[in-house]
Write a protein that binds this ligand. Structure first.
Ligand SMILES: NC(=O)Nc1ccc2c(c1)=C(Cc1cc(-c3cccc(C(=O)NCCN4CCCCC4)c3)c[nH]1)C(=O)N=2
Length: 299
């Protein structure tokens, strides 16, 4: 149909709860194809003053239309009187998090492969000047072949022309002070203190995810968000016995309080992260053919 409506789909189970909507498994009645449809309630979005986040998610998903890997695709959008509908890729194997929880921790081959796939996605995203700002295992999905699809672009920041140079490496459009984004465990110290995210903020979250794949839990944990923030700002985390030395070295170079000193922060923008790819942890990883490779089994 020229313009889809909800009647073109058979809606199934809830497969996700985003901050601004519910994600359903749905089947296109014309093609039989399965999709994930994110349904956002218009009144809720207006009441929560989140219209700019929903608009930005659509803008970013359209910017990612050319990506051949690493991201959920946006097939189409439509609306009815009460709701907005985003028809997205269905990642048959769901979120990365339940896999980490199921096996307790990934072996080094799995950690290398999935870290490399996430890094490929970050290189593409940052190359477009897009910062995810809410990278976490729940937003790393796994398709039918167990390859990574990054999702949830509601918290992204699109770097515009330099307005206020924050440091010699990054410029930011100053965030409105009250616009707090992200999930506590993966928030970088600079977002907690001056609210300004940079590409390096996603590198911090990347370090947290690598730690979690190896240790089974995120590095900064506490009873409540305030105590988590305290630990982040004091870089208060422990590396458990048996944690791979190579993985520890990489995590330690990403979980650095100064965003300009994180591994990759000095790499030339738009040219990927050669200094992260060159870390000994990724020895033997062929980044250019990742998507043709068969992912290692998670057990
Ligand atoms: N915030 C967002 O944007 N959220 C989105 C966006 C797009 C999207 C999205 C979320 C998806 C989430 C999703 C969730 C699931 C899912 C939900 C419940 C169960 C399962 C499932 O059983 N998967 C099989 C693998 N399990 C995994 C854990 C160990 C046992 C085996 C998958 C599949 N896909 C999706 O497929 N596409």
């Amino acid at each position: 149909p020229a313009k889809y409506t909800p009647k073109d789909f058979i809606f199934g189970k809830v497969i996700g709860e985003g901050s601004f909507g519910t994600v359903y498994l749905a089947k296109d009645i014309h093609t039989g194809k399965e999709h994930a449809i994110k349904v956002c309630d218009k009144r809720h979005i207006i009441k929560e003053k989140k219209t700019e986040y929903v608009t930005r998610e659509k803008e970013v998903l359209n910017m990612l239309a050319g990506a051949k890997h690493s991201f959920v695709r946006l097939y189409c959008t439509f609306q009815d009187i009460d709701r907005l509908y985003f028809v997205l890729s269905y990642a048959k194997n769901g979120e990365l998090l339940p896999y980490i929880n199921k096996v307790g921790s990934f072996d080094i081959e799995c950690t290398k492969f999935y870290s490399a796939e996430i890094l490929r996605g970050l290189e593409y995203l940052h190359g477009l000047g897009i910062i995810h700002r809410d990278l976490k295992p729940e937003n790393i999905l796994l398709d039918e072949k167990m390859h990574v699809l990054i999702t949830d672009f509601g918290c992204t920041k699109i770097l515009k022309e330099p307005e206020v140079p924050l440091n010699e490496n990054e410029t930011h459009v100053r965030e409105r002070k009250n616009s707090f984004v992200g999930t506590a465990q993966y928030l970088s110290p600079e977002i907690l203190t001056d609210r300004n995210a940079s590409r390096s903020s996603d590198l911090w979250a990347f370090g947290c995810i690598i730690y979690q794949m190896v240790a089974g839990l995120p590095p900064f944990r506490a009873r409540n968000d305030y105590m988590i923030f305290q630990k982040i700002q004091k870089l208060d985390y422990e590396v458990p016995d048996g944690f791979s030395e190579m993985a520890k070295s990489l995590v330690e170079q990403l979980l650095v309080l100064d965003p300009t000193q994180r591994l990759g922060a000095q790499d030339e923008h738009g040219a990927g992260y050669p200094s992260i790819r060159a870390h000994p942890f990724f020895e033997g990883v062929d980044f250019e053919t990742l998507h043709e490779q068969t992912p290692p089994p998670i057990y």
